[in-house]
Design a protein around this ligand. Structure first.
Ligand code: 3HC
Ligand code: NAI
Length: 703
């Protein structure tokens, strides 16, 4: 018997336990061991029923996503899912009742396995779902055929197209689960199995349950009409479910397998699977082992009740952590609290937050203008103005007023964390917690380690990020860290494209068509043109520039004109009072024409492809430099930062994965072409040249 599936006979009931930590994923080995265990139990005359469950914290979280890498061709994929389908039908054909006992999660292949069992019982806190779509896939082990038979077509479509799991009570109401077990799951499942044996009835096969084809086809038509995604997987999920309604189980299964095979070899699915693992890797730091002690965070404080401080306080409150919100200015504190209340009230109005939860969450935030209570907090997050002298003064005070073990985090976006940390007198506890705006919503937390930041401070920040519901990536302390350092080059390319002849709406349009949620100019109108201008002013005052090479003068001219973006009613676009509709402004073309003349550039039409290629190449080339310099540990970390911090299209896998899909030799050729056409500032990062020469991609690189 394999280690991956254990079998035990308990008084006529065979208990089969899948044991593949951490989540009992169905690797090829688990499938094989499961087949053997089922066949052996089915052939044993002493076995009256079979109970299938998972060892550890969960039932089965799905097929082993790693193993999809081995499916290089569509035929490989068809072979794999054909074998899974056959095994699940073998389980369904077992003559004695087979009961799935679910705790934790039954997701993807896990739910498909459970649905091939004759009955399903679960703990109250269990969840079931078909999240394959989030990986660019559809269920490939019969999920699109059995789920509509258990739960009806409309719910099956919802689960497969949205990928959101159902909690046990809802799954029971929908017909997916037969019973909720209170108390010991295994004992309850064995007792349930005995009741099925006692009926003397043949076990119920899900694949033989009837389907309401008319209602189902109406649900299919409605779902197709409502589906906005242009990605292949959600459409394929509906197609496969439709096949369950129009043909036999065998026909539908064949269609599901073909659609799954198309999806699993698609670039979109590869990109999404890459991000699944990259997101989990990004918090792993070689010199911060898993055993590193973590500071328990029971109380927190935020300094600065402005845009970021208010959002950060909300993130803590929503995670149930009491937080002091301090500002020097009583009016700013009151203003911050009003904004926080309004944000939560809008969640209540949209039904996302109950009135009770609103009251409880708001009560976690205590506004203040003093340091009273700071001696009790376990972490302080500083979000005062972006000004080194002010941040240093603040950290000097924090070093005095907080207890020795307190973590001191800064939300600075560009300042040197080591300089800030030195002022506190205990730099080992100083770390960057770079949230993105709005901090209560945006998922990324860029965790910046300074030269002296301790392993414990890093490990505690990673654990805290998870508690706050953020996706974290640990990076080094360079100008702009990873996110904003690379953004500088992306924005510069957008400005230069404008000067060379493209228009603001064209550049934004090309990049939104590529998949960005908003183009570079629209984004800057939201964030504020003044922010970048002040950073450039500060850098100029210390003799530095944000990006070497040609600089566009247009952003500074807009700043001088008081056009800061949406907040002043004009920036790269014009805005009518009270509206966020972007209206193209001929003034920008006039400024671009002047700027081009001054630089001796002849303006001419530029294609959308060139816009995408230049901005994406700028990102990947600077990303390569970030990797070379060691400020990011892995190309995947950069991808995670861009997808969660700036909404880079997930189905393209992030800027570094996207460059790999273009091919690094092609990326290098583009850089050489730009150098010839546009100037010497285009130089390939040596990592790009090396990898291209070696026929490798960024995703072979770890440091
Ligand atoms: N395959 C391989 N590894 C998996 C996995 C899977 N299906 N699910 C989770 N893991 C790994 C994670 O990579 C992580 O590994 P690490 O510790 O080395 O980083 C570890 O398990 C723990 O995962 P999380 O950190 O995500 O743990 P959480 O407790 O936060 O979340 C979870 C648990 C909700 C199960 C979450 O991991 C999850 O959503 N997993 C993916 C579920 C999924 O998409 N299933 C469908 C797979 S595709 C499929 O089944 C196709 C089928 O139709 C044929
Ligand atoms: P903001 O101007 O909205 O808020 C700053 C707040 O700090 C003001 O309320 C001010 O009264 C308060 N303050 C100033 N001195 C103080 C002191 N000594 N003690 C207590 N409070 C003090 O600024 P914003 O946008 O919230 O930025 C704060 C920090 O976050 C900056 O370092 C910025 O670079 C960073 N950041 C900003 C992002 C954004 O999109 N706005 C994104 C990520 C980081």
């Amino acid at each position: 018997m394999s280690d991956l599936v254990h079998a035990e006979l308990q008084d006529g009931i065979a208990v089969l336990t899948i044991d593949n930590p951490p989540v009992n994923a169905l690797s090829p080995g688990v499938w094989a061991a499961l087949g053997e265990a089922i066949d052996r139990a089915a052939a044993d005359p002493a076995v009256q029923a079979i109970v299938l469950h998972g060892a550890g914290a969960t039932f089965v979280a799905g097929a082993d996503i790693h193993s999809f890498k081995l499916l290089r061709t569509r035929d490989d994929a068809l072979g794999r899912v054909t074998a899974s389908h056959a095994l699940l039908e073998r389980i369904e054909d077992v003559a004695v009742p087979v009961v799935a006992a679910i705790h934790g999660n039954a997701l993807g292949g896990g739910l498909e396995l459970a649905m091939a069992c004759h009955y399903r019982v679960a703990t109250r806190d269990a969840s079931v779902g078909q999240p394959e779509v989030l990986l660019g896939l559809i269920p490939g082990a019969g999920g699109t055929q059995r789920l509509p038979r258990l739960a009806g077509t409309a719910l099956a479509i919802e689960l497969c197209v949205e990928g959101v799991p159902l909690r046990a009570a809802k799954a029971q109401a929908a017909g997916i689960l037969d019973q909720i077990i209170v108390g010991d799951l295994l004992a309850g499942a064995v007792a349930f199995a005995r009741t099925r044996v006692a009926t003397g009835q043949p076990p119920r096969k899900t694949r033989e349950l009837p389907l309401d084809a008319a209602a189902g086809l109406a649900a299919v038509t409605a779902a197709r009409g409502a589906l906005k995604s242009r990605l292949p997987a959600p459409h394929a999920a509906i197609d496969a479910i439709e096949a369950a309604l129009t043909g036999s189980f065998a026909d539908g299964s064949r269609r599901e397998r073909a659609l799954f095979a198309d999806c699993v070899v698609s670039i979109e699915s590869r990109a999404l699977r890459h991000l699944f693992f990259a997101e989990r890797e990004a918090t792993k730091v070689p010199d911060v082992p898993k055993s590193t002690p973590v500071t328990p965070i029971a109380r927190a404080a935020v300094i600065g009740a402005g845009t970021m401080g208010g959002g950060i306080a909300m993130a803590y409150a929503s995670a149930g952590i009491p937080v002091l919100l301090k500002d020097v200015d009583p009016v700013a504190v009151e203003h911050g609290m009003t904004t926080i209340r309004k944000n939560y009230e809008s969640s209540v109005a949209r039904g996302k937050l109950s009135p009770e939860a609103y009251a409880q969450t708001l009560a976690q935030i205590t506004p203040t203008t003093t340091y009273d209570g700071f001696e009790q907090v376990d972490i302080v997050v500083e979000a005062v103005f972006e000004d080194m002298a002010l941040k240093q003064a603040t950290f000097a005070e924090l070093g005095r007023v907080t207890k020795p073990g307190c973590i001191l985090a800064s939300n600075t976006s560009t300042l040197d964390l080591d300089e800030i940390g030195a002022a506190s007198g205990r730099p080992s506890q100083v770390i960057g917690h770079h949230f993105f705006s709005p901090a209560n919503i945006m998922k990324l937390l860029e965790i910046v380690r300074g030269r002296q930041t301790s392993a414990e401070t890093i490990a505690s920040s990673v654990a805290l990020g998870k508690r706050l519901g953020k996706v974290s990536a640990v990076v080094g302390n360079c100008f702009g860290f990873v996110a904003n350092r690379m953004l500088g080059y992306y924005m510069r390319e957008a400005y230069l494209l404008l000067e060379e002849g493209a228009s603001v709406p064209q550049i934004d349009g090309a990049l939104t068509a590529f998949g960005m949620p908003v183009g570079p100019f629209g984004m800057q109108d939201i964030a504020g043109i003044d922010v970048g201008a002040r950073i450039r002013q500060h850098l100029a005052s210390v003799g530095k520039v944000r990006t070497e090479g040609p600089q566009s003068e247009i952003p500074d001219r807009l700043f001088a004109l008081g056009r800061y973006g949406q907040k002043t009613g004009a920036g790269w676009y014009r805005y009518e009072a009270g509206s966020r509709n972007r209206i193209a402004d001929p003034l920008i073309d006039a400024l671009a024409t002047e700027a081009a003349a001054r630089r001796g550039v002849a303006r001419q039409p530029i294609s959308d492809d060139e816009i995408v290629a230049r901005t994406m190449t700028a990102l990947a080339n600077e990303g390569a430099r970030v990797l070379e310099d060691g400020y990011a540990l892995r190309a995947g970390d950069i991808d995670v930062i861009y997808c969660y911090g700036f909404g880079f299209p997930r189905h393209r896998g992030g800027p570094m994965f996207y460059a790999d899909t273009v091919g690094l030799p092609a990326v290098l050729a583009r850089i050489e072409d730009y150098r010839a056409r546009l100037g010497e500032h285009w130089q390939p990062a040596s990592l790009v040249s090396q990898l291209a020469a070696a026929g490798r991609g960024f995703h072979d690189v770890t440091t």
